[in-house]
Design a protein around this ligand. Structure first.
Ligand code: FES
Ligand code: FES
Length: 191
């Protein structure tokens, strides 16, 4: 029988070199931007690879860790699960738009005070989520653990933990994150 070990491999079927591209206009951290993108580009990759806003992190890239959380039109989303072309005309806020080292957002200052991080990889997503969570509670949006749907939603640790459950922290800084959120909520200055 002839040896087949060194047989020339069959050529792989060529993938189509043609990709669909689209121009999108959106507002990122208050600045108008226009991007020409492969339509398969996620919002996460558009932010990191095309706008160089690397504060938003890629953890799992399939909606399980929350590291990629950004705020779109005042709601938090996992940017890895959303195509950039879905967001033309939207307002996107990333961690870079929340505060800066010289001018920390109150939630960022509370995270620093309470050691709400260790390695910091999840922190941008945690803070984008935490800021939005307090606004959700303030707006009376109930969660799975809200007992009474007829009154204001209380800013309890149970409410905060439930709403932050999509933001994983491999370092386990959860208790300190909740302390930081409780302080920011009490101060009432997370606008
Ligand atoms: S990177 Fe998006 S949820 Fe993990
Ligand atoms: S601080 Fe390390 S993963 Fe959260």
């Amino acid at each position: 029988m002839p040896c087949t070990c060194h047989r020339t491999p069959e050529p792989m079927p060529s993938s189509s070199p043609q990709t669909n591209r689209m121009r999108i206009d959106l507002t990122v951290n208050g600045a108008d931007v226009s991007l020409d993108l492969d339509t398969r580009t996620t919002l996460l990759d558009a932010l990191r690879e095309h706008l160089r806003l690397t504060g938003t992190k890629k953890g799992c890239d399939h909606g399980q860790c929350g590291a990629c959380t950004v705020i779109v039109n005042r709601e938090r989303i996992n940017s890895c699960l959303s195509l950039a072309v879905q967001h033309s005309g939207d307002e996107v806020t990333t961690i870079e738009g929340i505060g800066s080292p010289d001018n920390l957002h109150p939630m960022q200052a509370a995270f620093v005070k309470h050691d709400g991080y260790q390695c910091g990889y999840c922190t941008p997503g945690q803070i984008c989520s935490a800021v939005t969570v307090l606004k959700e509670i303030e707006a009376g949006v109930p969660s799975y653990v809200t007992d009474d749907l007829t009154t204001d939603v209380p800013t309890t640790r149970a409410e905060m933990a439930e709403r932050m459950s999509g933001n994983l922290c491999r370092c386990g800084a959860y208790a300190n994150i909740h302390d930081a959120m409780a302080e920011a909520a009490e101060a009432g200055d997370v606008a």
